[in-house]
Design a binder for this molecule. Structure first.
Ligand code: ADP
Ligand code: MG
Length: 722
């Protein structure tokens, strides 16, 4: 019997080694899940005059001309421009630094597939896949008697043809196909069964074949991932947690009474949801997401105090030292005498907030560890250092993770598992995202969490005005921008200037470079250079500070504090200020080389201003020319302050893999056909079906196997990175 677990070497012989080397495929299943990237519909081939930008096409064309051109600024780099004809019209394909392409024979017939783009007002194919059609063959000869030709992802010395041959051998001999989708789910949604789906995806005879096959396999991917999450949720309902219902006369109530503002409706509602979760004897697993500045921190603090009131401890895990330090400071400030437990001037009912970071001195660290272990510290704020073995909590009741895309599922698990290990009782977990994320991503990346969302901003918040400063066309606007900084400072306000890199090297930190295919990269300004120029020039006379990720922690801290208390007027910083930095008196931000930042990142950055009662102003400085994609991106950020809308846009502008980013662990890397951007309704339906399948108790064996496979690959992925 040959199933998906069978070794490839038993089935395809010699090719097995090459397939493993090229793609890492070891089993028949690996190979059969290597789906065609696209198909050539032999009945309806694409023709040039019907093409549109963004369209993914495949066609056969004749080569009219091949030109090899080098770049002016870098003679070692070159591009090859191939002029193609479909018999009626012509079109160009461009390839970068591919020597072999420059040898393409004029007059040869080529099979091309790729995405249509626009360059200098004309349609072209940039870096398409191109393969010569064997001499004397026509398209019809290539389709295996049917009307469609699969094009496979190639690479590692293997062409699409090679893959196709191996797939055909495997398809012919395999006799058991895994069927993780229960029959009733399949028939309710009109999905193909597994053997048919694999046949149709690899050997379609017509367009509808591969469309139906993709539909079924796409659903399967969503269904398996959601089954993993559904299982985790069910499991966590089986786990025990200590109920932390709080007290009517505790610190939380005292704190609420002295809050200088009333909670927004959204905050009150989410806080109530969390209250309820905490009072339960099953661990909470909740995601709190919200608009930048919507006041997530207060909500988290209320939850932490409720746990403290119930005799437990709460830990807040922050992604950077700057942020951890700031959280620590602002919590102590907000709590006042409520954070002076056992100290002179402390309230009758009070706790302590402790900070633990990797760079603390031995003595401070020792003191923190002691307070954590004795339970004296009710609230512990820290970075990764909190995850270390030496950190022992007296009674950890709640873990809050300020996620900011930087912590994965595994780290979340690490902290709560370790806390649980002692007595089998798990802490409650609250995850916060720094920027809003679209629903599909939330479901795919945080699918094991319940989701609470804060949409509104506190009342009285002035909207942030955002303008693009296009220095290429309007160089004088930049001078005007510096003048505005003087005006703000003159009114007692403060400003940020954000840069994309620190200094000498162009690859330093921090900005996520977007992927416009600029042939010549514009130079960017570094922090050191700019800070010096500003101090001597446009911002002379103002008190300037610098902040970047490579400064020693105590220096960083000193600068942040100085800015927070108003001893500095202007902070020139890298994206270390991106996450959660909160100085309400800062009203203006200038982002240099704004085109180097992603949409959500810019939204997060500008959320640093306009946090008080004064209107905020954000200027996006860019050298990108009018009409460039970067400019459209910036215009979008300027036009909208809706973080959910912008994050959707961000997702659309990036490639799938980048969306899931650092969190691309096992579960996510199993997605081949499913798009977390496009397939929202499929993901939602799959989630419902998965919950039903798992709670019914009648779980197909093949679904159990899929869940195990995904969980294992996630664990392996974690170990690899740890
Ligand atoms: P974020 O959701 O981006 O983390 P924060 O929690 O940092 O936002 O809150 C932003 C600012 O708004 C803070 O200065 C906080 O004290 C203030 N804030 C929070 N909730 C309210 C409210 N209900 N009314 C007024 N100000 C609030
Ligand atoms: Mg925050």
């Amino acid at each position: 019997m040959i199933d998906f677990e069978a070794r490839l070497s038993k089935v395809v012989g010699e090719s097995a080694k090459k397939l493993e080397k090229a793609f890492g495929h070891r089993t028949v299943g690996d190979l059969l899940r290597h789906y065609p990237r696209r198909y050539i519909d032999l009945e309806h081939p694409d023709s040039f005059d019907e093409l549109e930008p963004g369209q993914v096409v495949a066609f056969v064309a004749t080569v009219l001309d091949v030109k090899k051109l080098s770049f002016r600024n870098n003679p070692r780099k070159f591009r090859v421009v191939v002029t193609l004809s479909d018999g009626r019209a012509t079109m160009e394909a461009v390839f970068f630094n591919q020597y072999a392409v420059s040898k393409t024979p004029v007059g040869s017939q080529q099979l091309l597939s790729g995405e249509v783009s626009v360059y200098q007002g004309r349609l072209q194919l940039a870096s398409p896949h191109m393969r010569e059609l064997p001499e004397g063959k026509t398209l019809a000869d290539l389709g295996r008697g049917g009307g469609a030709l699969p094009i496979y992802p190639a690479g590692g010395g293997l062409t699409s043809w090679d893959v196709e041959r191996a797939v055909n051998v495997a398809l012919d001999v395999v006799d058991v196909f895994p069927e993780p989708i229960p029959t009733d789910v399949r028939s309710a949604r009109g999905l193909l069964d597994a053997p048919t789906a694999y046949e149709y995806i690899h050997r379609p005879r017509k367009r509808s074949d591969w469309v139906f096959a993709q539909t079924r396999l796409r659903f399967e991917e969503a269904f398996e991932v959601q089954a993993v999450f559904a299982r985790r949720r069910l499991d966590s309902q089986q786990r025990r947690a200590t109920a932390r219902p709080g007290r009517g006369d505790g610190i939380r109530v005292a704190f609420e009474q002295r809050l200088p503002f009333t909670l927004t409706e959204g905050q009150a509602q989410v806080a109530a949801e969390i209250d309820q979760d905490l009072a339960d004897t099953h661990p909470m697993h909740r995601l709190l997401q919200g608009e930048v500045g919507s006041g997530k921190t207060i909500v988290a603090l209320l939850a932490m105090l409720q746990v403290v009131d119930s005799g437990g401890q709460a830990a807040l895990l922050a992604p950077t030292e700057v942020l951890a330090t700031q959280h620590h400071r602002s919590m102590e400030r907000m709590l006042g005498d409520l954070a002076k437990g056992g100290m002179l001037g402390g309230a009758d009912e009070a706790t302590r907030v402790r900070l633990l970071t990797g760079s603390m001195g031995a003595k401070a660290r020792q003191q923190a560890l002691l307070d954590i272990q004795s339970g004296e510290a009710g609230i512990v704020v820290g970075t990764h250092a909190l995850l270390e073995e030496t950190v022992r909590f007296a009674d950890l009741g709640l873990v809050v993770i300020d996620e900011q895309h930087r912590f994965g599922v595994e780290q979340r698990a690490a902290l709560s598992d370790r806390a649980a290990a002692a007595d089998g009782v798990a802490p409650h977990v609250l995850v916060m995202t720094a920027t809003p994320i679209p629903r599909t991503i939330a479901m795919t990346v945080f699918g094991d969490l319940e989701v609470s969302t804060l949409r509104e901003l506190p009342a009285g918040r002035q909207p942030i005005q955002t303008n693009v400063v296009p220095v290429a066309e309007q160089p004088a606007w930049l001078d005007r921008a510096w003048q505005r900084v003087h005006e703000e400072v003159g009114r007692g306000r403060q400003a940020y200037v954000v840069v994309s890199r620190i200094g000498e090297s162009a690859t330093d930190e921090d900005a996520e470079p977007p992927e416009d295919d600029d042939e010549e990269k514009r130079p960017t300004v570094g922090l050191v250079e700019l800070a010096e120029a500003l101090a001597e020039g446009p911002l002379a006379g103002l008190r300037l500070g610098r902040l970047h990720g490579r400064m020693p922690p105590d220096e960083k801290d000193a600068v942040m504090s100085a800015f927070a208390v108003g001893d500095l007027d202007v902070l020139v910083a890298t994206t270390v200020v991106e996450v959660g930095v909160d100085v309400p008196n800062a009203t203006m931000m200038i982002v240099m080389d704004a085109d180097r930042f992603g949409v959500s990142q810019l939204h997060q950055l500008r959320g640093r201003v306009g946090r008080g009662s004064e209107p905020g102003l954000c200027l996006l400085v860019t050298g990108a020319p009018a009409g460039a994609p970067a400019r459209e991106r910036l215009a979008a950020v300027a036009a909208s302050t809706d973080g959910f809308e912008l994050s959707r846009l961000d997702v659309e502008l990036r490639r799938e893999g980048d969306v899931l980013g650092a969190r691309q662990s096992g579960v996510r890397s199993s997605l081949r056909l499913l798009s977390v951007v496009r397939d929202e309704s499929i993901i939602a339906a799959a989630r419902e079906a998965a919950v039903e399948a798992l709670t019914s108790g009648d779980v197909p064996a093949d679904l159990e196997a899929s869940i195990r496979r995904l969980e294992e690959s996630e664990r392996a992925d974690y170990l690899e990175r740890a």
